[in-house]
Design a protein around this ligand. Structure first.
Ligand SMILES: Cc1ncc(COP(=O)(O)O)c(C=O)c1O
Length: 432
């Protein structure tokens, strides 16, 4: 158990941060809103651990929300970034490094072409524009509980049932934009068929997380991705897989490879930058011919393909390409965590579900299977809060929301798993 005064400096930094940074954070999920309390401020990280401003050490299951798949401070990545920093930080002009990164991405994922951007949001937003420009249609279908970044088109919540008109769930998103975003429950092909029937020849794209990670981890049901692929083929709809979480994590070729289903356009982020602000969208050459400067669909970025970001991503991807055993290792580590947690929670009598695919895992305190947003929302958040804070006090840093997947890095080994399960045993016993 950490010292009860373990957050003194974090608390004072948070008070200072609130004065000039909205809510004290630069991205809302960091703010601990759904679990209560104030965020912890960090100053260092190495391997499987992060270190906070009060000198506490935590096993890290957030890993910057996915990017740090090699663990923190990986020597090859750090050396490559340092070397590049000494050479040049930015040109705003082409470099050979960008070609090497594009070649590596295309080789690993099997896509034809790729454009680098600065975040997952930019990747998804640009993919949608390209799909609209390519098809000449306006509407898109997204799934309830899937997150594709904060561009207007994606901040839409479903109305009751499979409503044909989206309702914006953030002020500032116009009704016009919302009306072009149709929503369906994840894992529900019938709802998608209905939306397509009601909006004949109007749907430009279906965008989905292939394995949802933004309502906890929710794998696709058997045949679901294949079904979406078939519907897109049948109706001339561009099939976009948002692989911002799953890309280079579930396999070298991401979910496309792991699930054996190919998309027309794919969005990347997180792992692709190895910890630097990087995103990318790519896909079929035929569609990519339509993007500027080759085609009329405009998309651009001052710092896109920035050399520092590119070397960080390139070194990370090359490491994964040359060490494919990493995938078996992180999957096995995550399986050990799942298999270790189950008897602990079983013994407590608490109702729970654990969802896992590869190195993505989440625990829901509920008594129903979790396969879409509605079932994820049935989880007992009070229980999750207790679990989260209990684990934090024991030095295990989990995502501060039941609606987030945990990300396992290759630095998490038997020692950290033992530490995690010992913490869970204590915390769960106190909860029951
Ligand atoms: C599946 C998915 N798509 C898109 C995004 C947006 O990425 P970014 O936060 O880099 O803009 C996220 C972020 O968590 C995500 O999980």
């Amino acid at each position: 158990m950490l010292d009860p005064k373990y957050r003194e400096r974090s608390e004072s930094l948070f008070n200072r941060a609130e004065k000039h940074i909205p809510g004290g954070v630069n991205s809302p999920v960091r703010a601990f809103k759904s679990v209560g309390g104030n965020p912890i401020f960090f100053k260092g990280a190495k391997g499987a651990y992060v270190h906070d401003e009060d000198g506490n050490r935590y096993v890290d299951y957030i890993n910057s929300w996915g990017p740090m798949i090699l663990g923190h401070g990986h020597e090859e990545v750090i050396a490559a970034v340092q070397e590049q920093a000494g050479r040049a930080m930015s040109f705003g002009a082409p470099t050979e490094l960008e070609i090497e990164l594009a070649e590596t991405i295309c080789e690993m994922t099997g896509i034809d072409m790729v454009r680098m951007v600065n975040s997952g949001t930019e990747a998804c937003m640009s993919a949608i524009r390209l799909a609209r420009g390519y098809t000449g249609r306006n509407k898109i279908i997204k799934f309830e509980g899937c997150y594709h970044g904060h561009a207007d088109s994606f901040l839409i919540k479903a109305g009751s049932g499979a409503s044909t008109l989206g309702v914006p769930n953030s002020p500032g998103v116009t009704e016009g934009v919302a009306n072009d975003t149709l929503t369906a429950p994840f894992n529900d092909l019938t709802a998608v068929e209905k939306l397509i029937a009601e909006n004949q020849d109007q749907i430009a794209a279906i965008i989905t997380e292939p394995v949802a990670g933004n309502m906890g981890c929710i794998p696709p049901n058997e045949g679901y991705m294949e079904g979406l692929r078939a519907l897109c083929d049948q109706h001339g709809i561009v099939f976009i897989m948002d692989e911002v979480m799953t890309g280079f994590r579930l396999a070298p070729g991401g979910a496309q490879e792991r699930l054996g289903v190919k998309a027309d356009l794919v969005c990347y982020g997180k792992v692709i930058g190895g910890g630097m602000p990087v995103g990318a969208f790519g896909g079929k050459r035929e569609i990519f011919q339509h993007i500027a400067p080759t085609g009329p669909v405009y998309q651009a970025g001052t710092l896109s393909g920035n050399p520092l970001a590119v070397v960080s991503g390139l070194t990370t991807l090359r490491y994964l390409k040359n060490h494919p055993e990493v995938y078996a290792q992180i999957d096995a580590a995550t399986e050990k965590i799942e298999n270790g947690l189950r008897p602990i929670v079983d013994e407590s009598g608490l109702k729970y579900r654990i969802n896992r695919l590869g190195s993505m895992i989440s625990v829901h305190f509920c008594d129903t299977d979790v396969y879409d947003y509605t079932t994820a929302a049935e989880g007992n958040n009070e229980r999750f809060k207790q679990f989260f804070h209990g684990m934090l006090n024991e030095g295990v840093y989990l995502p501060p929301s039941a609606f987030e997947t945990w990300f396992i890095s290759m630095a998490i080994g038997d020692e950290q798993i033992k530490e995690t399960l010992a913490a869970a045993k204590k915390v769960i016993a106190e909860m029951s």
